[in-house]
Write a protein that binds this ligand. Sequence first.
Ligand code: HEC
Ligand code: HEC
Ligand code: HEC
Ligand code: HEC
Ligand code: HEC
Length: 364
Amino acid sequence: MKKYFHQKRMLAPVLGAVLVGLLVSPALARMGENQPCSNCHTMHNSQGGVSMAVDADGVATTTPNMALLIKTGCVACHTGNNSSTSGTPYVFDTNKTMDLAGGNFAWVNDDQTFGHNVLDINTADSLLANVPPGGSALTAQLTCAGTNGCHGDRAASTQFGAVSGAHHGKADTTDGTMNGGDLVNSYRMLLGVKGIEDSTWEKAPTALLHNQYYGIDRSLESTATVDGSGNPVTISALCAACHGTFHADVAGTDGVLADAMSSPWIRHPTDFDMNQVSATEYGAYGGINNDYLPGVPVASNDLASVRSIVLQAAGDAIVTCVSCHRVHGSPNADMLRWDYTGMVAHAGDNSTGCFACHTTKDDL
Ligand code: HEC
Ligand code: HEC
Ligand code: HEC
Ligand code: HEC
Ligand code: HEC
């Protein structure tokens, strides 16, 4: 038995690398490849004296759009059905059958606590308004990109200014590994963030094929390393740009190296490596082989490859905000990946949700 497990461990990373190499990915294709400019742009918002631009509902409008685009805003292009073969990641999919890694904003229209209430998707959250819990108020409703959003350069005041050039840009590598050096080389156009992009945005993730989130064990590294020089480096530090308190250490501050990053905690740890506590229940994440669980992902500080098994080396099993949340939207309160009311302690065998890591808390 032992020998079998050992062989599997050796084989899995090799197989993963081969598979990733074989898939010529739509995500790595550049925007508009092999298409005429006129599919997306209008130079003067006029042709034969008639407006070319259309609003979010597809109705012609005399108001020209930013970046000379025919369609209004980000949401217009990013609305569609993910079960089709389109090369566009749809983040608003009313079918709700194939939600991508970030989830699906369509859930937010069912219940405002199911996701971020982004402009062009829903009105502002009636309870939280524009105040991110754990942080300070934004100047206006959340947007996809820019100062009041997540994507692009958060120092840019307009959404298209924030992502300018990113859709036509070509990353330095072809295997989806993003070093965060500039916007084109940032994970999912989140400026500064590192990671490996799954070519299908996790339409059907497995232990071998999935986004590789980047994390840093903050008990070993300083805030500057995690939060980056101006821009966040880890996906959790990006969340912390708005929800800072929830990324804090035991002293309640966000990542002072001298502060404790250990039990007993005052808020759930993030950017914390489960290898530190693998002698206890956390060592059983992913079962006997420690398989990566795409439904309860952990981040890694090493982007040499997509991890199919974890808890093999320090830094490969880091708790992150997106271990528990789907940032665009999910069918659950607090945009959680699972229904929190279903997480019942010591009620019998359960390996999902909280129990993926707290593997003994289901025991009778
Ligand atoms: C004209 C249609 C169109 C518009 C407008 C548009 N997008 Fe996109 N977007 C696409 C397509 C197609 C892709 C996939 C190809 C690519 O990655 O460039 C994409 C990819 C992306 C990705 C994923 C990149 C990756 O790493 O996989 C993000 C993030 C994104 N867009 C955000 C935005 C934001 C934010 C806006 C508004 C400021 C926006 N998009 C406006 C069509 C559009
Ligand atoms: C640009 C600032 C910003 C960033 C970055 C951001 N958020 Fe938020 N978040 C907000 C605001 C504002 C609200 C309150 C409004 C709302 O819920 O729509 C919110 C609400 C939430 C909620 C509560 C939703 C509810 O209604 O109960 C969760 C959970 C959340 N964010 C998680 C995250 C995670 C995880 C990340 C990182 C992947 C993140 N956020 C990044 C601004 C941000
Ligand atoms: C499939 C849609 C699509 C096609 C086709 C397309 N573009 Fe774009 N283009 C976009 C989107 C979306 C943006 C804005 C987002 C961004 O800058 O990332 C953009 C931005 C731009 C920008 C400003 C940012 C930059 O990259 O410098 C220029 C210039 C541009 N396009 C020129 C062109 C030209 C010229 C063509 C034809 C040869 C073309 N585009 C074809 C979608 C398209
Ligand atoms: C991705 C793995 C992971 C998931 C999912 C997860 N946790 Fe944790 N949790 C941890 C780790 C690691 C610690 C830190 C343990 C330590 O320092 O000894 C922790 C700490 C805690 C603590 C504090 C323990 C202490 O010693 O102070 C509580 C309580 C807790 N988690 C509850 C939950 C609940 C409830 C859920 C589901 C909503 C959940 N966790 C989901 C990994 C996870
Ligand atoms: C271990 C799972 C887990 C992790 C990791 C986690 N959360 Fe949460 N989050 C929850 C749960 C469960 C709730 C429900 C409220 C509660 O229990 O405090 C929640 C609620 C929230 C809320 C809503 C709070 C409100 O007042 O409505 C925000 C915002 C949020 N999380 C952001 C984050 C951010 C940002 C991170 C990373 C820095 C993060 N979460 C990491 C499980 C998690």
